[in-house]
Ligand binder design. Structure first.
Ligand code: AMP
Ligand code: ZN
Length: 490
């Protein structure tokens, strides 16, 4: 009841927007109006991290992006049911489904069990997300190892449907049995369906028993005579699930099928998501998801962020240099999610500075507006930009125009700031930042008197008022919308 009330209270005060929510759907390569399967509810599944090491800032871009998707929907009044899975088994080092399991690599590296490694890096991942203003309490983070029976059930169904075959090392999905395999990648990347299929056919594989290089493991057997760190009994013998299976099984178990929105990085289009679609749709004869959204990559010095290249960076590297964690969020929001973005320390420093300036202006506006909000065409435009395929870059630029606009009343500026913050999540309105405070009434009225004096070119009175305010322990600055008062020491 509380959440309905707060939603009602929020929308009754704020600018109402009728702009439709538009997403560019990888499935169709078209910008489409969002329309959920169930009225008022949006289900959102984001492929999560493999928790064998700390999430680098490129990974974090994926979850800031899906957070913006969730916030746009929340702001529009949807109830959002959200899942980010935790991959703690089955993700092999090579994309061709070969090599060691990444969790075993992590466990050997640190001399710990796979479960300990998973615990540590899941906790650090969720801590990073919280520091980046992602509301982690509203997200479910299921672990693949907690959904082994669901994964086995899915493979059994695929087996019954004639979509699998057995080799000496596992049970494989036979991609030739799924009509339209690879069509997904065709929409996003390739110029023709033939070239998409040719790309998939060129996948490198050392496994001579696979009928096609595109076929992928659903279940891998433990090697004869040796036991693995992570293995389970199954109808096919001891072993562990293939990586792609977990997303098909967990999204269905937790959100149903079809879900509304599935997100991930563009690297997932040709293999991971193509395979998720094949499994889920072959097993249940219904789409896996209606809207597929993919974010582009973060690069450092023009190359992909990767441990092996030694250019991997973590949120802690940013905060250790004294930058606020949200400066990374601000940095990402300056670009459209579908464009790749290049990390530089100068860019983070500039984002940090811009964010602090925005906070100052937001605090000052709040004082002048006395927390009053007046809807405006400017606020509506800002929300329309965010609903138009998550145009955070233009929305941020628009927000700066609004806060610098002398013609707009403080209550209109405040309305825009509050609305922007619901979606951008930059803590523009947060009291927890500790920089905004409710000023004493006499200080507020002196600030207003000073604005009037300045408007009337009565600079002697304005100076007098400045001294009075300063004597009460506050600092006085001239902001774009008038006097800005902050307590000395903040
Ligand atoms: P992984 O743990 O490799 O499965 O990656 C988790 C998420 O991070 C996926 O959605 C990837 O697409 C995404 N990702 C990994 N590296 C980057 C990067 N450099 N830039 C943007 N997204 C990335
Ligand atoms: Zn996935």
């Amino acid at each position: 009841m509380k959440s309905f009330l707060s939603l009602f209270e929020r929308s009754s005060r704020a600018t109402e927007s009728t702009a439709p929510i538009l997403f560019t759907n990888t499935l169709t390569s078209q910008k489409e109006v969002f329309s959920p399967y169930k009225a008022g509810i949006a289900t959102l599944y984001s492929c999560g991290p493999t928790v064998y090491s700390r999430a680098q800032i490129g990974n974090l871009r994926a979850y800031i992006f899906s957070d913006i998707v969730a916030r746009v929907l929340l702001q529009a009044g949807y109830h959002v049911r959200r899942v980010i899975n935790i991959t703690d088994v089955g993700h092999l080092v090579s994309d061709a489904d070969e090599g060691e399991d990444k969790m075993s690599v992590g466990a050997t590296r640190e001399g710990k069990t796979a479960a300990e490694i998973a615990d540590t890096y899941t906790r650090l991942f969720i801590e990073d997300l919280s520091a980046l203003s992602v509301d982690t309490k509203s997200i479910r983070f299921p672990r693949a190892t907690d959904y082994i029976p669901e994964q086995i059930a899915l493979i059994e169904l695929l087996e019954k449907g004639g979509h699998t075959y057995r080799t000496s090392d596992g049970i494989y999905f036979d991609t030739s049995t799924f009509q339209g395999y690879g069509a997904f990648a065709h929409g996003a990347h390739a110029t023709t369906r033939e070239s998409a299929l040719a790309d998939i056919g060129r996948r490198i594989t050392n496994n001579k028993e696979k009928r096609s290089p595109a076929d992928f493991a659903l279940w891998r057997f433990s090697s004869q005579g040796s036991s693995r760190l992570q293995e389970w009994q199954s109808p096919w013998g001891r072993g562990f699930p293939g990586w792609h299976v977990e997303c098909s099984a967990m999204s269905r178990a937790l959100l149903g099928q079809p879900i509304d929105i599935h997100t991930g990085g563009i690297d997932h289009i040709p293999v991971h998501h193509t395979n998720e679609i094949a499994q889920s749709e072959a097993a249940y004869h219904t789409p896996l998801a209606r809207y597929w959204l993919h974010q582009a990559f973060l690069t450092v010095d023009g190359t992909k962020v990767s441990k092996s290249l030694g250019n991997d960076l973590y949120l802690s590297d940013i905060t250790e240099k004294g930058f606020h964690p949200l400066s990374l969020r601000y940095f990402f929001l300056q670009a459209h999610y579908s464009s790749s973005i290049s990390f530089t320390w100068d860019a983070i420093s500039a984002s940090n500075e811009a964010l602090h300036r925005l906070w100052k202006l937001a605090d000052a506006t709040r004082v002048l507006a006395k927390d009053r909000r007046t809807p405006s065409a400017q606020s509506r435009r800002l929300i329309a930009l965010l609903r138009d395929n998550l145009n955070t870059a233009q929305a941020l630029a628009k927000l700066w125009d609004i806060v610098k606009d002398d013609e707009l009343s403080p209550s209109k500026v405040w309305d825009a700031i509050m609305l922007a913050d619901e979606v951008l999540g930059l803590e523009l309105v947060s009291d927890s930042r500790g920089t905004s405070e409710i000023l004493p009434e006499d200080v507020v009225s002196m600030a207003k008197e000073r604005d009037t004096a300045r408007q009337n070119q009565d600079f002697a009175s304005a100076d007098q008022l400045r001294i009075h305010i300063e004597n009460r322990g506050y600092r006085v600055d001239d902001g774009p919308s008038g006097t800005v008062v902050t307590r000395v020491g903040h």
